[in-house]
Design a protein around this ligand. Structure first.
Ligand code: IPM
Ligand code: MN
Length: 353
């Protein structure tokens, strides 16, 4: 029997409910393939912060490093000033564990409503590779003369060649393995960001030409990408982009695949420990009501098992999700409108494994 140690961080709001269902489905799938996940739960999040002042201490980071993967619910609490938990827990984890890839598939399952008319599962199926450790997110910059008419503020879009190259290489490798349309599109803004954009452009060209000649290279400005994602999503296979643009276009991606109820992401360190999460937030107003959609968490479990190279388990969960949606029992993916509860969706998917 194969065993993996998984750190579970339910986090804030509805995080605990969706993680519970994600674990339920993971267990059902693992049991079928003689795989065992050993979980250890950590209570990092808003409640702990308000009680103890602790966010994600160094000792916890060192502990997390020893796991095979991290399964996270959501971080964000209405009683904590914006930025504290996000930076202190989520971004700290991504940065400290060097999870330099944020992998966000945009995949429309059958029978799921997309706001894009005339597009279905055949057209909406691409993956966004978002750089996850640098750019404006590093916090480089600052403010002087705050509150005066002379206030000056900067937040710098920082990139090193190495950061860009490891991300672009991952994206090429991913595109090759995916073997779908064998096209890697770089999204940036080279017409204005003539330094940062140029670095990404050159790396995309150089790495592609030298090491991935069979992969088609494309470039689109990121504003145009938002347009094509809606108008012609079938043009995309894999999109690689820097951190801030990736944050924005993956929310758009989530909407075209049916909403935050089903959008999952992986924070991947290909050489270390990766973290998997639903990409929607903690949805505090729905907490404890059994109305939040657990499919995003369940789908992040698919990505976790793929990353652990347990493809049979991942595929089993993926087909169970497909069957659950095809059954027509789930009326909508939106919280409170699903026609069933959070735990009933988990039960349904688990029963279809
Ligand atoms: C996301 C979130 C985070 C981000 C926030 C909460 C820091 O929006 O995972 O996309 O900007 O990366
Ligand atoms: Mn985001």
């Amino acid at each position: 029997m194969k065993q993996y140690n998984i750190a579970v961080i339910p986090g804030d709001g509805t995080g605990a409910e969706v993680v519970r269902e994600g674990v339920k489905v993971l267990n059902a799938a693992c049991a079928k393939f003689d795989v065992k996940l050993n979980y250890q739960t950590y209570d990092f999040g808003g409640e702990r912060y308000m009680r103890t002042g602790e966010l994600l201490p160094q000792s916890a980071i060192d502990e997390l490093r020893k796991f095979d993967a991290i399964f996270l619910g959501a971080i964000g609490h209405p009683d904590v000033k914006p930025g504290i938990l996000e930076k202190g827990i989520l971004l700290t984890m991504r940065f400290e564990l060097d999870q330099y890839i944020n992998l966000r598939p945009v995949k429309l399952y059958p029978n799921v409503y997309t706001p894009i008319k005339d597009k279905g599962p055949a057209e909406i199926d691409f993956v966004i590779v978002r750089e996850n450790t640098s750019s404006i997110y590093t916090g480089l910059g600052g403010t002087v003369a705050k509150g005066t008419p002379d206030e000056v503020t900067t937040q710098v879009m920082l990139y090193t060649r190495k950061q860009v190259e490891r991300c672009v290489r991952y994206a090429y490798e991913f595109t090759k393995k995916r073997n779908k349309r064998n096209t890697l599109t770089l999204a940036h803004k080279t017409n204005v960001l003539t330094d940062c954009g140029d670095l990404w452009f050159r790396v995309h060209e150089e790495v592609g030409a030298k090491d991935y000649p069979t992969i088609k290279r494309e470039y689109n400005n990121v504003d145009a990408v938002t347009m094509w994602m809606v108008k012609n999503p079938e043009w995309f296979d894999v999109i690689v982009t820097e951190n801030m643009f990736g944050d924005i276009i993956t929310d758009l991606g989530a909407m075209i695949q049916g909403g935050m109820g089903i959008a999952a992401g992986g924070n991947i360190n290909p050489e270390g420990v990766s973290m998997f999460e639903p990409i929607g937030g903690s949805a505090p107003k729905y907490t404890g009501q059994n109305v939040i959609n657990p499919l995003a968490s369940i789908c992040s479990g698919i990505m976790m098992m793929e990353t652990l190279k347990e493809d049979a388990v991942a595929n089993a969960i993926d087909s169970a999700v497909t069957k659950a949606l095809e059954s027509g029992k789930i009326k909508s993916l939106a919280a409170g409108k699903m026609g069933m509860g959070t735990s009933e969706i988990g039960d349904l998917v688990a029963s279809l494994i």
